[in-house]
Design a protein around this ligand. Structure first.
Ligand SMILES: O=C(O)C(=O)CO
Length: 257
Protein backbone atom coordinates (compact mmCIF):
# COMPACT_ATOMS: atom_id res chain seq x y z
CA UNK A 1 0.00 0.00 0.00
CA UNK A 2 1.52 3.35 -0.95
CA UNK A 3 1.61 6.25 1.51
CA UNK A 4 0.35 9.69 0.54
CA UNK A 5 2.40 12.77 1.35
CA UNK A 6 1.23 16.37 1.34
CA UNK A 7 3.09 18.62 -1.08
CA UNK A 8 3.33 21.84 0.93
CA UNK A 9 4.35 23.92 -2.07
CA UNK A 10 0.89 23.48 -3.60
CA UNK A 11 -1.39 22.40 -0.75
CA UNK A 12 -2.66 24.59 2.12
CA UNK A 13 -1.19 27.62 0.42
CA UNK A 14 -3.80 29.89 1.96
CA UNK A 15 -1.54 29.59 4.99
CA UNK A 16 2.02 30.74 5.63
CA UNK A 17 4.46 27.99 4.70
CA UNK A 18 5.46 27.00 8.23
CA UNK A 19 1.78 26.74 9.22
CA UNK A 20 1.14 24.23 6.46
CA UNK A 21 2.84 21.47 8.43
CA UNK A 22 0.09 21.59 11.08
CA UNK A 23 -2.55 21.79 8.34
CA UNK A 24 -1.13 18.66 6.73
CA UNK A 25 -1.08 16.80 10.05
CA UNK A 26 -4.63 17.94 10.82
CA UNK A 27 -5.69 16.60 7.43
CA UNK A 28 -4.25 13.22 8.35
CA UNK A 29 -0.98 13.25 6.43
CA UNK A 30 2.07 11.63 8.03
CA UNK A 31 4.58 12.72 5.40
CA UNK A 32 5.32 15.96 3.57
CA UNK A 33 7.32 17.07 0.58
CA UNK A 34 7.91 20.47 -0.96
CA UNK A 35 10.10 21.98 -3.63
CA UNK A 36 12.87 23.65 -1.65
CA UNK A 37 13.76 24.00 2.08
CA UNK A 38 16.55 26.50 1.55
CA UNK A 39 14.68 29.69 2.43
CA UNK A 40 14.30 28.51 6.02
CA UNK A 41 16.81 27.54 8.71
CA UNK A 42 16.79 23.74 8.86
CA UNK A 43 16.09 23.95 12.60
CA UNK A 44 12.75 25.67 11.93
CA UNK A 45 11.73 22.96 9.51
CA UNK A 46 12.83 20.23 11.90
CA UNK A 47 10.68 21.80 14.62
CA UNK A 48 7.69 21.99 12.27
CA UNK A 49 8.13 18.31 11.38
CA UNK A 50 8.60 17.14 14.96
CA UNK A 51 5.82 19.29 16.42
CA UNK A 52 3.39 17.76 13.93
CA UNK A 53 4.77 14.20 13.94
CA UNK A 54 5.54 14.41 10.23
CA UNK A 55 8.35 12.92 8.19
CA UNK A 56 10.00 14.67 5.27
CA UNK A 57 9.84 12.38 2.26
CA UNK A 58 11.36 14.54 -0.48
CA UNK A 59 12.80 17.85 -1.49
CA UNK A 60 14.74 19.06 -4.52
CA UNK A 61 18.36 19.98 -4.99
CA UNK A 62 18.86 23.75 -5.40
CA UNK A 63 17.44 24.71 -8.84
CA UNK A 64 19.52 27.75 -9.81
CA UNK A 65 17.62 31.05 -9.89
CA UNK A 66 14.02 29.80 -9.65
CA UNK A 67 12.52 33.31 -9.53
CA UNK A 68 14.39 34.17 -12.72
CA UNK A 69 12.81 31.18 -14.46
CA UNK A 70 15.53 28.59 -14.02
CA UNK A 71 14.19 25.09 -13.39
CA UNK A 72 17.39 23.31 -12.43
CA UNK A 73 20.96 23.67 -13.74
CA UNK A 74 21.95 20.00 -14.02
CA UNK A 75 22.12 20.16 -17.84
CA UNK A 76 23.97 23.50 -17.91
CA UNK A 77 27.64 22.99 -18.87
CA UNK A 78 28.68 26.39 -17.48
CA UNK A 79 27.17 25.83 -14.01
CA UNK A 80 28.86 22.61 -12.85
CA UNK A 81 30.59 24.20 -9.87
CA UNK A 82 27.33 25.77 -8.70
CA UNK A 83 25.55 22.46 -9.19
CA UNK A 84 28.12 20.61 -7.09
CA UNK A 85 27.85 23.21 -4.32
CA UNK A 86 24.08 22.75 -4.44
CA UNK A 87 24.45 19.02 -3.95
CA UNK A 88 26.29 19.66 -0.70
CA UNK A 89 23.59 22.08 0.46
CA UNK A 90 20.85 19.65 -0.47
CA UNK A 91 22.55 16.89 1.50
CA UNK A 92 23.01 19.12 4.55
CA UNK A 93 19.30 19.86 4.62
CA UNK A 94 18.32 16.26 3.92
CA UNK A 95 20.45 15.09 6.84
CA UNK A 96 18.94 17.69 9.17
CA UNK A 97 15.39 16.91 8.06
CA UNK A 98 15.77 13.15 7.93
CA UNK A 99 14.79 13.27 4.26
CA UNK A 100 15.79 10.04 2.46
CA UNK A 101 15.79 11.25 -1.15
CA UNK A 102 16.44 14.33 -3.28
CA UNK A 103 15.11 15.14 -6.72
CA UNK A 104 17.50 16.65 -9.24
CA UNK A 105 15.70 19.00 -11.62
CA UNK A 106 17.26 18.56 -15.07
CA UNK A 107 16.78 22.17 -16.10
CA UNK A 108 15.90 23.91 -19.37
CA UNK A 109 18.53 23.34 -22.05
CA UNK A 110 20.36 26.68 -22.47
CA UNK A 111 20.30 28.47 -25.82
CA UNK A 112 23.34 27.49 -27.88
CA UNK A 113 24.00 24.27 -25.97
CA UNK A 114 23.44 21.24 -28.20
CA UNK A 115 21.39 18.36 -26.78
CA UNK A 116 24.36 15.98 -26.72
CA UNK A 117 26.43 18.36 -24.58
CA UNK A 118 23.48 19.05 -22.28
CA UNK A 119 22.95 15.29 -21.89
CA UNK A 120 26.62 14.64 -21.15
CA UNK A 121 26.56 17.40 -18.55
CA UNK A 122 23.40 16.02 -16.97
CA UNK A 123 24.82 12.49 -16.79
CA UNK A 124 28.11 13.70 -15.27
CA UNK A 125 26.27 15.86 -12.72
CA UNK A 126 23.99 12.97 -11.79
CA UNK A 127 26.99 10.71 -11.31
CA UNK A 128 28.58 13.30 -9.01
CA UNK A 129 25.34 13.83 -7.09
CA UNK A 130 24.57 10.11 -6.78
CA UNK A 131 28.03 9.44 -5.35
CA UNK A 132 27.72 12.24 -2.79
CA UNK A 133 24.19 11.20 -1.83
CA UNK A 134 25.18 7.55 -1.52
CA UNK A 135 27.91 8.50 0.95
CA UNK A 136 25.16 10.19 2.98
CA UNK A 137 22.80 7.20 2.66
CA UNK A 138 20.44 9.09 0.35
CA UNK A 139 18.69 8.31 -2.91
CA UNK A 140 18.74 10.56 -5.98
CA UNK A 141 15.68 11.02 -8.18
CA UNK A 142 15.11 12.42 -11.65
CA UNK A 143 11.66 13.51 -12.75
CA UNK A 144 10.28 13.74 -16.29
CA UNK A 145 8.28 16.98 -16.46
CA UNK A 146 5.80 17.92 -19.18
CA UNK A 147 6.76 20.55 -21.72
CA UNK A 148 3.42 22.38 -21.48
CA UNK A 149 4.18 23.57 -17.94
CA UNK A 150 7.91 23.99 -18.47
CA UNK A 151 8.69 24.51 -22.19
CA UNK A 152 12.20 23.34 -22.96
CA UNK A 153 12.63 21.26 -19.81
CA UNK A 154 15.33 18.72 -20.59
CA UNK A 155 13.73 15.54 -19.19
CA UNK A 156 10.19 14.74 -20.34
CA UNK A 157 9.59 11.00 -20.73
CA UNK A 158 9.92 7.87 -18.62
CA UNK A 159 11.97 5.93 -21.18
CA UNK A 160 14.34 8.91 -21.45
CA UNK A 161 14.78 8.88 -17.68
CA UNK A 162 15.43 5.14 -17.71
CA UNK A 163 18.09 5.54 -20.40
CA UNK A 164 19.77 8.36 -18.48
CA UNK A 165 19.73 6.31 -15.27
CA UNK A 166 21.32 3.41 -17.14
CA UNK A 167 24.00 5.74 -18.52
CA UNK A 168 24.77 7.08 -15.04
CA UNK A 169 25.08 3.46 -13.86
CA UNK A 170 24.65 3.78 -10.09
CA UNK A 171 22.35 1.93 -7.69
CA UNK A 172 20.86 4.91 -5.83
CA UNK A 173 19.37 6.79 -8.79
CA UNK A 174 15.63 6.33 -9.33
CA UNK A 175 12.78 7.83 -11.35
CA UNK A 176 10.33 10.24 -9.76
CA UNK A 177 7.17 9.29 -11.62
CA UNK A 178 4.67 12.13 -11.62
CA UNK A 179 1.33 10.75 -12.86
CA UNK A 180 0.19 14.20 -13.96
CA UNK A 181 3.29 14.89 -16.06
CA UNK A 182 3.23 11.37 -17.48
CA UNK A 183 -0.40 11.64 -18.54
CA UNK A 184 0.26 14.90 -20.32
CA UNK A 185 3.43 13.70 -22.07
CA UNK A 186 2.89 10.02 -22.84
CA UNK A 187 -0.21 8.47 -21.28
CA UNK A 188 0.15 4.69 -20.97
CA UNK A 189 0.15 5.13 -17.18
CA UNK A 190 -0.61 1.55 -16.12
CA UNK A 191 1.73 -0.11 -18.60
CA UNK A 192 4.53 2.35 -17.89
CA UNK A 193 4.20 1.77 -14.15
CA UNK A 194 4.30 -1.99 -14.73
CA UNK A 195 7.37 -1.76 -16.93
CA UNK A 196 9.45 0.68 -14.89
CA UNK A 197 8.33 0.07 -11.29
CA UNK A 198 11.73 -1.28 -10.13
CA UNK A 199 13.27 2.04 -11.26
CA UNK A 200 10.61 4.22 -9.61
CA UNK A 201 11.64 5.64 -6.24
CA UNK A 202 8.82 8.13 -5.71
CA UNK A 203 5.52 9.06 -7.28
CA UNK A 204 3.49 12.23 -7.38
CA UNK A 205 -0.04 12.82 -8.51
CA UNK A 206 -2.49 15.37 -9.81
CA UNK A 207 -5.33 15.14 -12.30
CA UNK A 208 -5.36 16.81 -15.69
CA UNK A 209 -6.46 19.20 -17.01
CA UNK A 210 -5.82 21.75 -14.28
CA UNK A 211 -3.36 19.91 -11.99
CA UNK A 212 -6.11 19.58 -9.39
CA UNK A 213 -7.03 16.76 -7.02
CA UNK A 214 -7.84 13.24 -8.29
CA UNK A 215 -11.35 13.00 -9.66
CA UNK A 216 -11.39 16.42 -11.30
CA UNK A 217 -9.99 15.38 -14.69
CA UNK A 218 -9.40 12.57 -17.14
CA UNK A 219 -7.27 10.13 -15.09
CA UNK A 220 -8.99 7.06 -13.64
CA UNK A 221 -7.35 7.18 -10.22
CA UNK A 222 -9.40 4.38 -8.57
CA UNK A 223 -8.17 2.02 -11.28
CA UNK A 224 -4.62 3.38 -11.10
CA UNK A 225 -4.40 3.07 -7.31
CA UNK A 226 -5.57 -0.56 -7.55
CA UNK A 227 -2.92 -1.12 -10.22
CA UNK A 228 -0.17 0.50 -8.11
CA UNK A 229 -1.27 -1.64 -5.17
CA UNK A 230 -1.21 -4.79 -7.29
CA UNK A 231 2.32 -3.91 -8.43
CA UNK A 232 3.35 -3.89 -4.77
CA UNK A 233 4.55 -0.28 -4.63
CA UNK A 234 4.92 0.67 -0.97
CA UNK A 235 6.67 4.02 -1.40
CA UNK A 236 5.28 7.50 -1.12
CA UNK A 237 2.95 9.32 -3.52
CA UNK A 238 3.21 13.07 -3.19
CA UNK A 239 -0.14 14.91 -3.52
CA UNK A 240 1.20 17.68 -5.72
CA UNK A 241 -1.95 19.40 -6.90
CA UNK A 242 -3.67 22.78 -6.74
CA UNK A 243 -6.94 22.39 -4.79
CA UNK A 244 -9.70 23.16 -7.28
CA UNK A 245 -11.53 25.26 -4.67
CA UNK A 246 -8.54 27.62 -4.67
CA UNK A 247 -8.76 27.91 -8.44
CA UNK A 248 -12.52 28.41 -8.48
CA UNK A 249 -12.46 30.97 -5.66
CA UNK A 250 -9.89 32.86 -7.68
CA UNK A 251 -12.56 32.99 -10.39
CA UNK A 252 -15.17 34.34 -7.99
CA UNK A 253 -16.79 31.00 -7.04
CA UNK A 254 -18.01 30.67 -3.46
CA UNK A 255 -18.93 27.36 -1.79
CA UNK A 256 -22.63 26.82 -1.13
CA UNK A 257 -23.54 28.05 2.35
O1 LIG B 1 7.00 20.38 -10.95
C1 LIG B 1 6.96 19.24 -10.46
O2 LIG B 1 6.11 18.37 -10.73
C2 LIG B 1 7.96 18.86 -9.45
O3 LIG B 1 7.78 17.88 -8.75
C3 LIG B 1 9.19 19.70 -9.33
O4 LIG B 1 10.04 19.15 -8.37
Amino acid sequence: MPKFAANLTLLFNEQAFLDRFAAAADAGFEGVEYLFPYAWPAAQLVEALQTNALVQVLHNLPPGDWDAGERGIACHPDRVGEFQDGVGRGIDYARALGCPQLNCLAGIRPEGVDPERALATFVDNLRFAASALKAAGLRLLIEPINTFDIPGFFLNRTEQAAQIAAAVGVDNLFIQYDIYHAQRMEGELANTLSRYLPMIGHMQLADTPGRHEPGTGEINFPFLFRHIDALGYTGWIGCEYKPIADTLSGLGWRPAE
